[in-house]
Design a protein around this ligand. Structure first.
Ligand SMILES: [Zn+2]
Length: 118
């Protein structure tokens, strides 16, 4: 079947229109989708912090001492973290504890690795 030049150009125009519409839709949805992903990974970080703080309390109850600030002892004990000590799912940094409070030190996700506040 032979196509005329007019058929080819109108088909190309339709394809361009479809791609344009898809581009607009993706452009509109991407920031929202990325924001939702960011919220989900921040929530996962908060759950990790809660889990680590609970494990620290359990360690202290069972052993009578606190784990070291870098969590190298509790983090390598499979009874506390069978899959290993988690890292921040947002920026991949390791969790550390404050030696005075024995709690995970809050860190800033906006600073990508800075250790300040949430
Ligand atoms: Zn984090």
């Amino acid at each position: 079947m032979a196509y005329s030049n007019q058929d080819r150009s109108s088909s190309a125009a339709r394809r361009a229109t479809v791609f344009l519409i898809l581009g607009v839709i993706i452009g509109l949805l991407s920031p929202r989708l990325l924001a939702q992903i960011g919220i989900a990974t921040s929530a996962a970080c908060n759950r990790n912090v809660q889990q680590i703080n609970q494990a620290i309390e359990r360690w202290h109850f069972e052993k009578g001492t606190w784990p070291d600030a870098g969590l190298s002892d509790i983090g390598t004990d499979p009874r506390y973290f069978p899959e290993g000590l988690p890292r921040c799912p947002v920026n991949g940094c390791p969790y550390l504890t404050d030696p005075a409070t024995h709690r995970v030190v809050p860190h800033d996700h906006a600073n990508q690795g800075g250790r300040r506040r949430w």
